[in-house]
Write a protein that binds this ligand. Structure first.
Ligand SMILES: Cc1ncc(COP(=O)(O)O)c(C=O)c1O
Length: 453
């Protein structure tokens, strides 16, 4: 029947795609077996086993919007290291700067001139005057939470249900039937997360106000739109309410732009005129070299400086990192911001995001599936439900793991890599219209295979 997916057919199709994958990827399979002898789960990190095939493809090399695996297959990469390679792989200007700086010293625990250029550029893009550097977005969030706690003397933070902000203890908590608990898969939680965290649904202003009214929340840590449980966009007026309520109840607002930088050169903060107290970002800033940063307002900076002036040292108090702000990361960030993630690049990338969305929508309509497509700038994705979810809870409930694994594996077997865990595609400055159209064609084949009776 048009518009529905026959589950036994899906099982057969998945079996066929898995066989094809194994046949086409013998060398990756061999390396995975070798990996099991020295690596936990056979891979550098256990989540690498969660790709749609029975084992991950091992990468030989990557350039621009493509990578080649050890079996010699080339893929159009719409995952782009889940935003770590949003610049495209190995962009020339960044690679040259990385090589230059590597030859001139990588880390000294002393500042380099590039840090001043990057600090100014971040201020220009995001509107916050003061910046600090670290290596991952996780650390940027962790350090920001500590600073917010320090200057407010409040114990808790607030996050939105099914958010993801990295491996930050306080954020790994979700709601189940309205009650807060450790997120499924939370490994070795240090304490019950309800001691450190309040969780409410995105777009729910009433819940938000009730939670903030306890006046024990140091900061709200929020993505402008949820992007890690699929794209969940804010309702009109939601950000105004969030800003008004955080001010009213004395909580700082931390905006995490790590993924929402896809909305434009100044992320959603600039595109939507947000006014955060802190801003965090990592992943693509240095074209894949580990680099992240966090910015703060004049008022926050004054309070942080005053708090630190009272401390015997700022070295061992939980905000730090020996390699933070190293010369290589800063040189790579400067080259990336100056030459790769430019205003012009975003114009092209966002137009490609629109093209991707239009193509996928057309296919969905042609087959009468009750699915939706959502987009934020140059990031887009399809949902297996008729209405785009408004909250993290709705988004989690709409997940169709079995179907998603099939669409991912079908695409992978035909030279297209999507972001794992949801149906997301990201455009880089190196992505072309032909790449987008190749995805649309493969998506049409996927839909055709599922719809055939
Ligand atoms: C919004 C957001 N913030 C922070 C992070 C953490 O980034 P990293 O794993 O590079 O520390 C992620 C990772 O997916 C993210 O999506």
């Amino acid at each position: 029947m048009e518009g529905t997916v026959d589950r036994s057919r899906l099982t057969d199709l998945m079996r066929r795609e898995t066989q094809r994958f194994v046949q086409d990827h013998p060398k990756s399979g061999e390396l995975f077996e070798q990996g099991k002898r020295s690596l936990l789960a056979g891979v550098p990190m256990p989540w690498m086993t969660e790709w749609a095939g029975p084992y991950p493809v091992f990468v030989a090399e990557a350039e621009g919007a493509r990578f080649t695996d050890v079996d010699g297959h080339t893929y159009i990469d719409f995952c782009l290291g889940d935003t770590g390679a949003m610049t495209g792989h190995a962009p020339k200007e960044a690679v040259e700067a990385i090589a230059r700086q590597s030859a001139r010293g990588i880390t000294t625990m002393l500042p380099t001139e590039d840090s001043i250029w990057v600090g100014r550029e971040m201020a220009r893009r995001f509107g916050l005057p003061y910046w600090q550097f670290c290596l991952t977005a996780t650390d940027a969030n962790r350090f920001t939470i500590r600073l917010a706690r320090e200057i407010t003397k409040r114990p808790r933070i607030l996050v939105f249900n099914w958010c993801y902000h990295g491996s930050v203890d306080e954020t790994i908590s979700t709601l189940e039937h309205g009650a807060q608990r450790a997120r499924p898969g939370n490994i070795g939680a240090p304490v019950d997360p309800s001691l450190t965290t309040r969780v409410v649904e995105f777009n729910d202003v009433d819940q938000l106000e009730k939670a903030l009214a306890h006046e024990d929340v140091a900061c709200v840590l929020a993505e402008p739109a949820l992007t890690n449980i699929g794209i969940v966009l804010p309702d009109p007026g939601f950000h105004d309410a969030l800003r008004r309520l955080t001010r009213e109840y004395g909580s700082y607002l931390v905006i995490d732009e790590t993924h929402c930088i896809c909305a434009g050169p100044g992320g959603a903060t600039r595109a939507w005129g947000l006014e955060p107290d802190f801003l965090t970002i990592g992943k693509p800033l240095a074209s894949g070299v580990p680099a992240a940063c966090y910015g703060m307002s004049e008022e926050v900076a004054a309070r942080v400086n005053a708090a630190m002036a009272e401390m015997p040292t700022t070295d061992v108090g939980g905000v730090g990192g020996t390699l933070s702000g190293n010369a290589l990361s800063l040189a790579a960030m400067r080259a990336t911001l100056e030459n790769v993630l430019t205003d012009g690049a975003f114009d092209r990338m966002i137009a490609l995001g629109e093209r991707w969305t239009d193509g996928v929508k057309r296919v969905i309509q042609d087959h009468g599936f009750g699915w939706e497509v959502q987009r934020l700038g140059c990031r887009a994705e399809y949902w297996f439900c008729a209405q785009p979810p408004r909250t993290g809870g709705e988004a989690a409930a709409a997940d169709d793991h079995e179907l998603a694994r099939f669409t991912h594996l079908f695409a992978l077997n035909r030279g297209i890599l999507l972001t794992p865990f949801h149906n997301m595609a990201l455009m880089s400055p190196a992505t072309t219209e032909q790449d987008v159209d190749a995805h649309t064609e493969v998506f049409a084949q996927t839909a055709g295979a599922l719809a055939r009776t």
